[in-house]
Design a protein around this ligand. Structure first.
Ligand SMILES: O=C(O)/C=C/C(=O)CC(=O)CC(=O)O
Ligand SMILES: [Ca+2]
Ligand SMILES: [Mg+2]
Length: 421
């Protein structure tokens, strides 16, 4: 597969990737659907008429909307056809787009000139808790050292319903939140700015297709409902979380803002990077059990760049493959009671920690609740985030002579706002 757009061999967005996103420009502020290729964006709005296969011929309008929801709603055969069409259109051997200078001029936008938007209107957002290492670490710190995993953990993918309204696109700054925290055990709580602000390294998938209320999805066709993945930072106010979470789970500590990377890497593009599922013992119930592989080798990295610094420090290297529960199991469990999901719903993986201490996906774990501060390249130390810190998350799969990358999920922590009561 050779593309007529030139890019470096190991860039994030080669012709093998083709992630979808929503962008606008200063000159054209109406959001459009595009595909990242090298350092360019192929504007699908402009080339919608070139989707002439049986799945998309009558549905070209999905590429002329301002979100990916309708396209996500079409399902796997349409996604496959779209990918094949775009690969052909970008191929060095196909003249249709390559040799049409006027169309090319209109169809490509430099990523540098693009303003990225949320890829979909997210109707519902759920966050799972599927890394066994993360759940064990947090269980040890928040609950019982000797029984860190709760008794349900290996029977079902634990999760909570999050707030779709506070999911934001990479680049959006987040203010340190206010809330209640328990400073002295046994004394009343205090109110004020969060003191233990954290990030969480996650990935999330967008749901495609839908099911009716009362009709659970089955594990055999769950993959047809997993459109693609992004990198996610589930900003977390640890001191607020610790006080508020009993007994219903995280609440305001997690609706401060949740950042996602702008390019949705499709499950189809991830197929070459499938690896064995995490071994599961006890064997899951039949509704959750699948023997086909649905785990992916995706290298993940988190950098902190302090305020006024240009020197990032990589503080975590992890991998999506460390997750215990697969995305298929998460989705099927979500619907087992009959819960309906919709195109554009977002499902977070949970914080992705490996077993090595430099692969932990949060500062809570990396600094072990603040007992082991980490030293950054500029000499400053971190237990939790400081105002002005920028968190940059990156991810990529290593192919044979190429990478499939996710780009970046970036966010800066700003000081708490002054609240008046
Ligand atoms: O163990 C707990 O009480 C809570 C853990 C979390 O922070 C929940 C969460 O966001 C899930 C995750 O990211 O894995
Ligand atoms: Ca989380
Ligand atoms: Mg949220």
């Amino acid at each position: 597969m050779k593309c007529f757009i030139k890019y470096p061999k190991y860039c994030d967005f080669p012709i093998e990737n083709l992630p979808y996103g929503v962008f606008s420009t200063v000159n054209d502020p109406v959001p459009k659907i595009g595909v990242a290729i090298g350092d360019q964006i192929l504007n699908l709005n402009v080339i919608a008429h070139l989707f002439q296969g049986p799945q998309l011929r009558d549905k070209q309008h999905v590429f002329q909307e301002g979100t990916l929801n309708s396209f996500m709603g079409l399902g796997l055969p349409a996604w496959k056809e779209a990918r094949e069409t775009i690969q052909k259109l970008l191929s060095e051997n196909v003249p249709l787009l390559k040799d049409d200078a006027v169309l090319r001029e209109r169809a490509f936008v430099s990523q540098e000139d693009a303003i990225m938007h949320l890829p979909a209107k997210i109707g519902d957002y759920t966050d799972f808790y599927s890394s066994i290492h993360h759940a064990t670490n947090v269980g040890m710190m928040f609950r019982d050292k000797n029984n860190a995993l709760t008794p349900n953990w290996k029977y079902l993918p634990v999760g909570y319903h999050g707030r779709a309204s506070s999911v934001v696109i990479s680049g959006t700054p987040i203010h340190r939140p206010h809330g209640q925290t328990l400073v002295i055990e046994g004394a009343p709580p205090v109110f004020g700015p969060c003191k233990l602000m954290d990030f969480e390294l996650e990935m999330a998938f967008f749901v495609g297709g839908s099911n009716n209320l009362g009709e659970p999805l089955s594990i055999t066709d769950a993959h047809e409902h997993i459109f693609g993945f992004v990198i996610m930072n589930d900003w977390s106010a640890r001191d607020i979380q610790k006080w508020e979470y009993i007994p219903l789970g995280p609440f305001t500590a997690k609706n401060v803002g949740t950042s996602i990377s702008p390019w949705v890497v499709t499950t189809l593009a991830l197929e070459p990077f499938i690896v064995d599922n995490y071994p599961q013992d006890p064997e899951p119930f039949p509704y959750l059990k699948h023997d086909d592989k649905f785990n992916f080798d995706i290298n993940l990295q988190v950098d902190i760049t302090p305020k006024d610094s240009i020197i990032p420090t990589t503080i975590c290297r992890s991998n999506f493959k460390y997750l215990y529960w697969t995305a298929k199991q998460q989705l099927v469990h979500h619907t087992i009671t009959g819960c309906n999901v919709n195109p554009g719903d977002l499902m977070g993986s949970g914080t992705i920690s490996g077993d090595a201490s430099d692969s932990f996906g949060s500062l809570l774990e990396l600094s072990w609740k603040g007992t082991k501060p980490i030293t950054l390249n500029d000499g400053t130390k971190r237990k939790f985030l400081q105002d002005g810190d920028t968190i940059t998350m990156k991810g990529f799969c290593e192919g044979n002579g190429y990478n499939v990358g996710f780009g970046e999920c970036v966010g800066k922590l700003l000081p708490a706002k002054i609240l008046q009561f």
